[in-house]
Design a protein around this ligand. Sequence first.
Ligand code: 4AD
Length: 441
Amino acid sequence: MTQKKYISIQKAIDIAAKGGEVSIRGWVHRERGSKKLKFVVLRDSSNIIQCIFKKDQFEDDKEGKLWDSIDKLQVEASMQLTGTIKADERAPTGAELLVTSFEIVGESHEFPIQKDASKEHLANNRHLHLRSRKMTAILKIRSTVFGAIDEYFKGQEFYEYHSPTLQAVQCEGGSDLFDVDYFGKKGVFLAQTWQLYAEPAVFALEKIYTIAPSFRAEKSKTSRHLTEYWHAEMEMAWSDFQDIQNHGEALIKHVFNCVLKKHQADLKLLDRDITKLTPIVEKPFIRMTYTKALEILKEKCNMDIEWGKDLRTIEEDKLSRLYDVPVICTHYPKKVKAFYMMEDPDDKRTVQGCDFIGTEGYGEIIGGSHREHDIEKVKENLIADGEDPAEYEFYLDTRRYGTVPHGGFGMGVERLISWICGLETIKDAIPFPRTMERYKP
Ligand code: 4AD
């Protein structure tokens, strides 16, 4: 292959008004043409550009081999080419390249994805569908989201910390655990959360975070559930319940802000209504107790929910649609929440746990709490859940040796991405979604 300096398609578009010779490379996004003229829309990670091949440009090509290869060019063939760039308002991205030389790097043969392919076909060909402009835009935003989470926590002086994926205890209820055959032994599971292995570490590092895969054997076929998702979690010592909520709000604001600054073009390509995103950066989130949420649901949505029942998706949706910022719902009934949550001293029927409910019906984005530090209460709660406290001895040591007020939260990264991008389903927020029904390709 020739040694040329290749620039990105976006860079070529940026300098189109100046004109001149450029070399670019990428994949054929669309092609059409006649015997003498061929229009190829070339795609790379940065953008697309219209390239024009004129037969008379290739007169040295006596045997017509070059032109023949252009004529046979198919969608998704890879190529590198050199030509003169110029601005042209009629072209799809406002610039056009008149090709003077080119090289086909990898041919393509009847690319299996065509317009109007069914969802099932796209899912079966996920490895190829990743190349679509929609998936490319989402994956770029996803990359920024991961970076922004990292940046937020590092900026707040949290240490990055890692917990095991193979775990010997449950934390979020046993019903959705994935069992692992561990050399013939039972009682080993894929992590639902880092939490029980994170709490011991706050006695060393005080403020920690991670972004790691979590696994839930969820039987739900909803637009919000994956069996493998990326979980951004934090845990901090010496914190109170407010600190946990404040970090959750500031984290979401930071991520939204980073995406809005960097991805206007991608959000446009995804047809995302930006006016729905700006209030999340600019306005404070709404904080209300579970009890207040029930009152509002009754008053404004005519939904009568018995105190003590968990909020279902339908109720969260109704609530979220009343506001243009997330609702941080706190003080849920103790019996619907996890064993590790702190009993509220002012109302012992409730716990200091919080769910962040995204706007526009995007559901629970963050779940967090202040942790119960009374070892006897933790044991009682475990027994009430049908667990054997003896299996949790290592965890209970966090309450035995110099315990301190502490808490943390977990944020579903794909739920966040789905919400930011305005996706119909969480499955498009991750390259290869795993659900109850799909684990291939
Ligand atoms: O509310 P959850 O179950 O909380 C925990 O796991 C805590 N131990 C976290 C902590 O305090 N460190 O899960 C946290 C978040 C949810 O709010 C949701 O965004 C996401 O994880 N989540 C899922 N995302 C995609 N698919 C699923 N099946 C999910 N289950 C939970």
